[in-house]
Structure formats: structure tokens, C-alpha cells
Design a protein around this ligand. Structure first.
Ligand SMILES: [Zn+2]
Ligand SMILES: [Zn+2]
Length: 224
């Protein structure tokens, strides 16, 4: 199952570098790493071809990011024209429900059992209504900016990456490969007054390493 990959490639969705499966040529499953909170969990670019070989999924995402940014702009315009209002208004009070409920989306701390109290917009005080409108407006502005920044970054990355080679994985050579398995392991059967002992691999007798002039280290030297 744990096949050693020989190359790494760029994720079409998040732009991170991930292992490429030798057989399928697709990227390993990985989490979404861009931190502005629009996606989370497993990256949707998992199990897709790397950007070096395919940019279809990136291009689809660029379109949806720009569409989403435009939709946010429209909402800001409607808010400014007074035709779009939040349904509910937060009162600033927090209510302890005692119930941990991951299914609800109300409140930022929903899993702890605390909820932000909300009332219908029409029942709120004018200053609460204004705060709710401002917060909604800035939320859409930030979301639009986040989408456009991400689209720009990923579009540029795809332009630079598509059609280029995957990154070869360079593994450090095992310095003990080809040597006795007892190499660098503690000497066995070492008598307490001697720096000599036996290799735990082949049983040959060795003098312990001396890693500085004062103290020997009771380790088997590297040998064939
Ligand atoms: Zn990804
Ligand atoms: Zn040995």
C-alpha cells in the first residue's frame, strides 16, 4: 500500500506540492491548506492529475471563484441600494445551550454549546440593524477580494506550471546500505573492562568507536 512515489506535482486546486501516485499518476489525498476559510477538510484536488499535466480543474475553479466574487459584488450593490438586508441580527449576547451541536451554523463557537443570540432584522434596534448591515457588507467585500486574490494566484501558478516536468523525489542514500546489519548498533557481549565487543549482526569482534579522544562509544563500526 505504501508505494514509494518518485515524483511530486502541484495540486490544481490549492497549489501545494504533493506526492504523485506511481500507478495512477494522480495526487495523494491531502488537506486544504489555503487559510482564508472558504474551503476546508480534504482538498478537492486530491486524486486528480497534477497541474503539470492537466489544468482543467484549475480553470473551472477560476471561473467559479470569479463568478462568486461577482455575486458578492452584486450583494454589496444591493446592500448599498437598500434592497438586500440581513435576515437576522446578532444582539451581542451569547446564549449557553449546553448542547454541543456541530450541525448548526449559527455562531462562531457553535461546537462549544454557546450560540450568538440572533433576532429578526425588523425587531432589532436601528444601531443593531446598522451594525448587521455593515458586517454583512464587509463580509461580502472580503469574500470577493479573497476569491479574486486566490484566482489570480492560481491562474499565474497554472500559467507557469502546466506543461512543465514533475519534481523528482531525491531520497538520501542509506549510508549503511550494503554493509552488515550490525553496523552502528551497540556492540553485544562487551565485557565491562574492554572496548571490544561483538557485532550484533555477524558476531565478529570489534573495537568500539572512539568519537572523541576521551570516551569510546560502544557501537559497532561500519563493516561489510
Ligand atoms: Zn490541493
Ligand atoms: Zn557485523
Amino acid at each position: 500500500m505504501d508505494r514509494k512515489h518518485t515524483h511530486r506535482g502541484t495540486c490544481q486546486i490549492c497549489g501545494s506540492t504533493q506526492a504523485v501516485d506511481i500507478v495512477s499518476g494522480k495526487l495523494a489525498v491531502h488537506g486544504y491548506t489555503v487559510k482564508w476559510g472558504y474551503f476546508s477538510g480534504t482538498c478537492r484536488g486530491s486524486n486528480s492529475l497534477p497541474m503539470q499535466h492537466d489544468r482543467t480543474r484549475t480553470d473551472e475553479m477560476l471561473i467559479s471563484l470569479r463568478d462568486h466574487a461577482n455575486a458578492c459584488d452584486e450583494k454589496v450593490s444591493k446592500i448599498d441600494a437598500g434592497t438586500f438586508r440581513p435576515a437576522n441580527v446578532r444582539t451581542g449576547r451569547r446564549i449557553y445551550t449546553g448542547i454541543s451541536n456541530p450541525a448548526t451554523t449559527v455562531g462562531s463557537n457553535y461546537q462549544s454549546g454557546w450560540l450568538d443570540e440572533e433576532i429578526p432584522f425588523d425587531q432589532a434596534m436601528p444601531y443593531q440593524q446598522q451594525q448587521a448591515i455593515d458586517s454583512l457588507r464587509w463580509g461580502f467585500i472580503n469574500e470577493a477580494r479573497g476569491c479574486r486574490d486566490h484566482a489570480k494566484m492560481m491562474g499565474e501558478l497554472a500559467d507557469q506550471t502546466f506543461g512543465t516536468d514533475l519534481f523528482p523525489v531525491v531520497r538520501p542514500e542509506n549510508p549503511l546500505e550494503g554493509y552488515c546489519s550490525g553496523s552502528h548498533k551497540p556492540l553485544s557481549k562487551k565485557d565491562s573492562h574492554s572496548v571490544y565487543g561483538q557485532c550484533p549482526g555477524c558476531g565478529k569482534s570489534f573495537k568500539a568507536f572512539r568519537n572523541n579522544s576521551l570516551h569510546p562509544v560502544y557501537q559497532t563500526p561500519k563493516h561489510k
